[in-house]
Design a protein around this ligand. Structure first.
Ligand SMILES: Cc1ncc(COP(=O)(O)O)c(C=O)c1O
Length: 449
């Protein structure tokens, strides 16, 4: 037993924490399973110690603009005082209350979440601990409600890592070589830039017809979509697609499930939920990440007549509706409203998009800049005509971003997309710094090439 381990397990005093790079790396490498160890972005470790608003500090005191929000979880800003206060108050009183007992905090939060859904439907909430758990429940709900098995999902989608969510995910890198669930059919992704049928929405819709005709029983449980694909590289469903696709699915008895895990809570700027841009109301909406500003929380919000089908069976997520997580969730909704963060996402997202467009004009390697609100992306290509993914070049530029004080994500099935999904409190004042940093990364990479 080494000294640090000894003091960590010793009887007296607070637990010792070893902040040395060597200590953290050694413990991770020794004790993390490969599944948790392998997911690291940079060549060398980046250790974060503190966050405030849209900023992060590493353990040496270096400051970063956080354009990733810890994988889209930090919605209202790191260490937001209202979230912190709500959580602290709840932690002092009661840290867990299983759902078989009654507590007001999750009940209030369910009411407040339901109020964020489109009017005219009767919405009910089931709290989970994560997005993937919520996706799994949504799948069970859709199949139980319709009595059908076959589900459509989109290629290039990411829905999580559990067996059900992974089966619905349409990117090979997230699908393990094990027998995933049957009855799931991935249709062509309507991606105007890289999709099989370019910008031809009708062709993607016809592909749904063909898939139903050839790969399913003809009866559908539903269609699952991210209205804006996140890990896939910030790809918005094109206008007209979702409404028409939903009509096809409903004609076969299925329901629409919207995965708002990344795109929800005002992030796209135009609406609270990204599906609202498409003139459709889903039967089931899945949410997580930004709902809790980093606290483990997810939810399935469904129309009552759909959710009710599971009433006679036991379905229990041990930490679902945990009062501490729900206290965080309530504070998030309050702060989003009080600070006008949806409107901020629209304004600041537009400014970020314009900055990225200026870089597009300047650097040939940028094939496309796209996004809505504070979901923005730069796709890097070797040739703007062939659109060959610039995977190695993206890795080089990505490594530079941290040195220039910004945290972004390297995304997409080809790992050639820089994705920006910051806390929704990113401000206009941050944009020049972000633009200058990215500019320096692209010019340094070009000079070294
Ligand atoms: C769109 C989307 N859906 C579902 C999930 C799964 O959420 P979780 O990681 O909380 O299980 C994710 C996670 O990244 C996601 O991006």
């Amino acid at each position: 037993m080494d000294a640090a381990t000894e003091s960590a397990t010793g009887a007296a005093g607070p637990l010792h924490t070893d902040w040395s790079t060597e200590g953290i790396v050694r413990r991770r490498d020794r004790y993390y399973a490969a599944t948790q160890r392998a997911f690291v972005p940079y060549k060398t470790p980046l250790i974060f110690q503190r966050g405030q608003g849209q900023y992060l500090w590493d353990e040496k005191g270096n400051k970063y603009v956080d354009l990733l929000g810890m994988n889209v979880c930090v919605s209202v800003g790191h260490a937001h005082p209202k979230v912190t206060a709500a959580v602290k108050a709840q932690v002092d009183d009661l840290q867990h209350c299983t759902t078989m007992f009654y507590h007001p905090t999750p009940a209030h939060f369910a009411e407040e979440l339901a109020a964020k859904m489109p009017a005219g439907a009767d919405w009910v909430v089931h709290f989970t601990n994560s997005g993937a758990e919520a996706i799994d429940l949504a799948l069970v709900m859709a199949q139980a409600f319709t009595g059908h098995i076959d589900m459509l999902a989109l290629r290039n989608a990411y829905h999580g890592a559990t067996m059900g969510a992974q089966s619905l995910t349409g990117i090979s890198g997230f699908r393990h070589n094990v027998p995933l669930l049957g009855g799931i059919h991935h249709v062509a992704n309507p991606d105007p830039y890289r999709g099989a049928f370019g910008a031809d929405v009708d062709a993607y819709l016809a592909e749904i017809d063909r898939t139903i005709q050839h790969s399913t029983s003809g009866r559908l449980a539903g269609l699952l979509v991210e209205p804006v694909q996140g890990y896939g590289g910030i790809i918005e469903l094109p206008p007209g697609y979702l409404k028409a696709a939903t009509e096809k699915v409903r004609a076969r008895g299925g329901v629409l499930i919207a995965d708002e895990v990344q795109s929800g809570f005002g992030r796209t700027g135009d609406s609270f939920w990204a599906f609202e841009a498409h003139d459709v109301i889903p039967e089931i909406v899945v949410m997580a990440k930004g709902i809790g500003n980093g606290f483990p929380l997810g939810a399935v919000v469904a129309q009552r007549h759909v959710a009710e089908v599971l009433a006679d069976k036991f379905y229990f997520n041990t930490y679902g509706a945990n009062p501490v997580a729900c206290a965080a969730g309530r504070a998030v909704l309050q702060v989003l409203d009080e600070e006008g963060l949806q409107a901020n996402a629209k304004t600041v997202g537009a400014a970020l998009g314009q900055a990225l467009q200026r870089l597009h004009q300047k650097y040939e390697i940028i094939g496309e800049v796209r996004g809505r609100g504070l979901m923005q992306a730069i796709e890097l290509v070797r040739d703007r005509r062939t659109r060959e993914p610039a995977t190695a070049e993206t890795a080089t530029i990505f490594e530079l971003t941290r040195d220039l004080g910004i945290v972004v994500s390297k995304s997409g099935p080809n790992r050639n997309i820089l994705r920006m999904v910051p806390p929704l409190c990113l401000s206009l004042d941050d944009i020049p710094q972000v633009e200058t940093a990215l500019d320096a990364c692209f010019s340094r990479a070009a000079a070294a090439a």
